[in-house]
Design a binder for this molecule. Structure first.
Ligand code: KG4
Ligand code: ZN
Length: 347
């Protein structure tokens, strides 16, 4: 299997990594969290500027830590969609420059395909088909993985992504950015049964509810109304109890849909990807429910759940092994369904 250098700059992490045969040789991430924290979220222009400042250093570190010669690198992978276009362009330009300088093939990678591949780094013997629950700041999807490049989205959010909901609820509870880790932390001292909150089911025109799609905007509004009514009545806002109740509602809803989806589609293995995979309540609920139904759940370590370039390199190596390479005209796209990934490759 190929050895690939990858670059990832789709949001607020400047990352580069070298992966050989599903094994990480180096994995460098320069996080911009502290830079964006005062703004309460990622500022796209600021992210692009910091990617420009960090990219050379991050790539050099990935190469030196991997202790590898350019001759031993078979290709250069880069995240080209979806994401912040200005941020993606920095990584894409760096990757194209290296491709021209070192005469290597270019492999454009869909960011979500990267998150899916994080599970192969943790479990090199993992074989499709399996179900991937992808829960990040920008996405909430249930994806059936048939093979490298072959994905079917079976469920998704109709509005906010799960991580976005964590970030918004944290903001209205005064917990700062990023919200997921802050809620996870304070929820440990709260009662998850303190408040009953709506899970966000999607009604179908023919009656009943969509089995796998989710909605988080109603849940976020319910937390807002709860906080407002407590404040109007002059009561203290029990932040830990609200955080714990919110987190439990999200974890239970995601778990119920994921288990149903896996059982309905005869998939005995579930992998989890994206930053929200770090959430302790989600891990607890999903592991317990899966064990109950004799399903296997694979959670990558935290460093591979959040944005990184090792997952992009892993996806790049899989595609390169199949002869999939991208033209130098490869563009950065803010949106792209994962079902269309094969359009990134020529021939
Ligand atoms: O995958 P990721 O690093 O970036 C995207 O591609 O979006 O995910 C970031 C998201 C943020 O919304 C953050 O609040 C959330 O993951 N997150 C968590 C936790 N750690 C990070 N959400 C819930 N619980 C956590 N422990
Ligand atoms: Zn991501």
């Amino acid at each position: 299997m190929a050895t690939v250098l990858a670059i990832e700059t789709s949001c607020d992490e400047t990352a580069a990594a070298v992966v050989k045969k599903r094994h990480i040789l180096s994995n460098i991430v320069a996080s911009q969290i502290e830079i964006h924290r005062p703004y309460g979220g990622v500022v796209p222009e600021v992210a692009s500027r910091h990617h420009v400042e960090s990219i050379n250093d991050v790539v050099s570190k990935a190469l030196s830590q991997a202790n590898i010669d350019w001759l031993d690198i078979d290709g250069i992978a880069v995240t080209c969609a979806p994401g912040l276009v200005g941020a993606l362009l920095v990584g894409l330009t760096a990757a194209k420059t290296l491709v021209l300088l070192h005469h290597k093939p270019l492999i454009g990678i869909h960011h979500l395909e990267g998150h899916i591949h994080a599970s192969y780094l943790q479990n090199p013997d993992l074989v499709p088909p399996f179900l991937c629950l992808l829960v990040s700041g920008g996405h909430t999807s249930l994806i059936k993985v048939e093979d490298c490049g072959q994905y079917h989205t079976l469920g998704q959010t109709r509005d906010d992504a799960a991580g976005e909901a964590f970030d918004k609820v944290a903001r209205l509870l005064g917990l700062g950015y990023p919200g997921g880790p802050a809620i996870d932390h304070i929820a440990k001292s709260g009662n998850p049964k303190a408040f009953a909150l709506p899970e966000g089911k999607i009604s179908l025109p023919e009656g009943g509810f969509h089995p796998y799609d989710s909605s988080f905007s109603g849940l976020k509004t319910a937390v807002l109304r709860l906080v407002e009514s407590l404040q109007q009545e002059g009561e203290d806002v029990p932040v830990a109890n609200i955080a714990a109740s919110f987190q439990q509602t999200v974890a239970q809803g995601l778990t119920r849909r994921t288990i149903k989806c896996a059982l309905d589609h005869g998939l005995s293995t579930i992998t989890v990807g994206g930053g929200v995979a770090a959430n302790s309540a989600l891990r607890q609920h999903l592991l317990a429910a899966a064990e109950d139904k004799s399903l296997q759940v694979l959670f990558p370590p935290l460093s591979l759940c959040t944005d990184n370039a090792a997952m992009i390199a892993c996806a790049g190596a899989e595609h390169l092994d199949r002869g999939h390479t991208s033209p130098l005209t490869l563009a950065a796209l803010s949106r792209m369904p994962i079902s269309k990934v094969m359009e990134l490759y020529q021939g």
